[in-house]
Design a protein around this ligand. Structure first.
Ligand SMILES: [Fe+2]
Ligand SMILES: [Fe+2]
Length: 201
């Protein structure tokens, strides 16, 4: 098993890379997400290294959240540079981590796609997606959030499905488009097959 990258190991103790752009309130959110992830990793009985990865991703996901989106866009190549302002900080953080030598693909996907979700999520990606949405600092629907937190970490897929379903319902209610990545995560988690492939019709 390879050593954790120094940025990942440091983030597991709450220390951010020196290129972080996150204000105080944001850091408090990141700490709450990281704390949930550490708790869940430990409750799963995961290896210490994995518990550290889970905790680290809680800190690293929003490490560039308060940077100017246009500055982040300028660093990214297509198609990532097309993303809207509120989404771009994830891919930008993953790109910085990768350029700095982080090679942990499930962790990088978790960071890159934490806002929209992704059908390519490993457990660490699903857990971050869920923790980011359910952390106790979020004011909206606290009872619903608390109930879902109680189901973690045992029912990761069920809880992730509830969260992504809620997000899709919200977007539909507002008449807004649902990103393909979000629908992709839903389809990964939903029961049953999508439909017969063309060759089977
Ligand atoms: Fe974020
Ligand atoms: Fe976040």
């Amino acid at each position: 098993m390879s050593e954790l990258h120094p940025w990942v190991a440091a983030a597991a103790t709450g220390v951010l890379p020196d290129w972080a752009v996150a204000r105080k309130k944001r850091r408090a959110h990141m700490a709450r997400v990281a704390e949930l992830l550490r708790e869940w990793g430990e409750a799963r009985g995961d290896h210490r290294r994995d518990v550290e990865r889970w905790c680290a991703v809680g800190y690293l996901h929003d490490v560039l959240r308060d940077a100017d989106p246009d500055d982040l866009r300028a660093e990214l190549s297509s198609p990532w540079d097309q993303l809207p302002d509120e989404v771009i900080h994830g891919p930008a953080a993953a790109d910085r981590l990768r350029r700095g030598g982080v090679r942990d693909e499930p962790l990088l996907t978790a960071v890159a796609c934490h806002t929209l979700g992704s059908p390519d999520f490993d457990d660490i990606g699903k857990a971050l997606y869920v923790a980011d949405f359910l952390e106790p600092g979020r004011q909206l629907q606290p009872k619903w959030r608390a109930r879902l937190r109680e189901e973690m970490p045992e029912r990761l897929d069920t809880v992730a499905k509830a969260v992504v379903g809620k997000r899709i319902q919200f977007l539909i209610k507002k008449g807004r488009p649902v990103p393909l990545e979000t629908l992709g995560l839903w389809n990964r988690l939903a029961k049953g097959r999508l439909w017969a492939s063309a060759s089977e019709v």
